[in-house]
Design a protein around this ligand. Structure first.
Ligand SMILES: NC(=O)c1ccc[n+]([C@@H]2O[C@H](COP(=O)([O-])OP(=O)(O)OC[C@H]3O[C@@H](n4cnc5c(N)ncnc54)[C@H](OP(=O)(O)O)[C@@H]3O)[C@@H](O)[C@H]2O)c1
Length: 240
C-alpha cells in the first residue's frame, strides 16, 4: 500500500520540491497553500488521487481540521507530515521598531502555531502508521542570524518544539531540517547574502530546493532517527 504524505506550503520553493521528491519516491502526496490555488491545481494536474492540492492556511485551525477530514475520507491514513509553510519579512535586527507586534504575531502564528496545530491534529493518524513529522526550520534558529529577529526566534522555537514533540509523541518520529540560504522566490532578491554565502560557506554556493527535498525524504525514512535538527547549509554554520 502506498504511503500518504501531507506537505504544507507545497506550491513553491522547498515545499514544491518536497512534494515532487515524495511523489517520485512513490508516496501519495497531499499539499496545501493559503493563496496560490491556481498553481496548486496545476501542480496536481489530472491524477488527483496521487497528487492532491488542498487550499489551507496553516494559521486557521478549522482549515487544518478540514484537510484532516479530506485525508481520512480519501485515504484513511497519514504516514508523513512535512510542516514547511512559513512567513518572514526582512527587518534589520537593530531596527527594533520595525519588528512590530503585528509582525511578531503573524510570524509566530504561521511558523510556530501552524506547526503545533498541524502536528497535534494529525498525531493520532501518524501514530497508527508509526509515521513521521519533518519540520522545515532554519539555521536562523541555530545561529543569531536571519531575516528578522521574530523569524529567527520562531525557528529556534520550532527546533525546540521538534525535540519536545519527539520526546512526547508515541510511535511518531519528529525531526527538523534546517536549511541555509536556498534559492526560492522567498530569497530571490537576496543577492548580497548569496554572494556572502558563496565566499564563506565550504561548499561555496547557495542551496537549491532539491538539496533540501533530498534530505527531507531521507529523514522521513530514517527509521531510528528522532528529535534531531539537521542543518543543510553547505557548511555555512561552520563559519558563522
Ligand atoms: N529559502 C530559504 O533560504 C529558506 C531558508 C531556511 C528556511 N526556509 C524555510 O523553508 C520554508 C519554505 O520556504 P521557501 O523559501 O520555499 O518559500 P516560498 O518559495 O515562498 O514558498 C512558501 C510556500 O508556503 C506557502 N505558505 C505561505 N504561508 C502559508 C500559510 N499561512 N498557510 C499555508 N501555506 C502557506 C506558500 O503559498 P501561499 O503563499 O499561496 O500560501 C508557498 O507554497 C519556510 O518555512 C522557510 O522559513 C527557507
Amino acid at each position: 500500500m502506498k504511503k500518504i504524505a501531507l506537505v504544507t506550503g507545497g506550491t513553491s520553493g522547498i515545499g514544491l520540491a518536497t512534494v515532487e521528491a515524495l511523489h517520485r519516491r512513490g508516496y501519495v502526496v497531499a499539499f496545501t497553500s493559503s493563496k496560490s490555488v491556481a498553481a496548486g491545481e496545476q501542480i496536481a494536474g489530472q491524477d488527483r488521487e496521487s497528487l492532491r492540492y488542498l487550499q489551507c492556511d496553516v494559521t486557521d485551525k478549522e482549515q487544518l481540521t478540514a484537510v484532516k477530514a479530506t485525508l481520512v475520507e480519501h485515504y484513511g491514513r497519514l504516514d508523513l507530515l512535512v510542516n514547511n509553510a512559513g512567513y518572514t519579512e526582512v527587518v534589520p535586527h537593530s531596527n527594533f521598531d520595525g519588528a512590530t507586534d503585528e509582525l511578531w504575531m503573524k510570524i509566530f502564528t504561521t511558523n510556530v502555531m501552524g506547526t503545533w496545530w498541524a502536528s497535534t491534529l494529525f498525531y493520532d493518524l501518524l501514530k497508527v502508521e508509526l509515521g513521521a513529522i519533518v519540520n522545515i526550520t532554519s539555521i536562523a534558529g541555530i545561529r543569531p542570524i536571519g531575516s528578522s529577529i521574530p523569524y529567527s526566534v520562531s525557528k529556534a522555537a520550532l527546533n525546540q518544539m521538534t525535540r519536545l514533540l519527539a520526546a512526547s509523541m508515541e510511535n511518531v518520529r519528529v525531526n527538523a531540517v534546517a536549511p541555509g540560504l536556498i534559492d526560492t522566490p522567498w530569497t530571490e532578491s537576496w543577492d548580497q547574502l548569496r554572494e556572502n554565502v558563496r565566499k564563506v560557506a565550504p561548499l561555496h554556493r547557495s542551496g537549491t530546493p532539491d538539496d533540501i527535498a533530498q534530505v527531507v525524504v531521507s529523514v522521513a525514512e530514517a527509521t531510528y532517527l528522532t528529535g534531531e535538527v539537521i542543518a543543510v547549509d553547505g557548511g555555512l554554520t561552520l563559519k558563522v
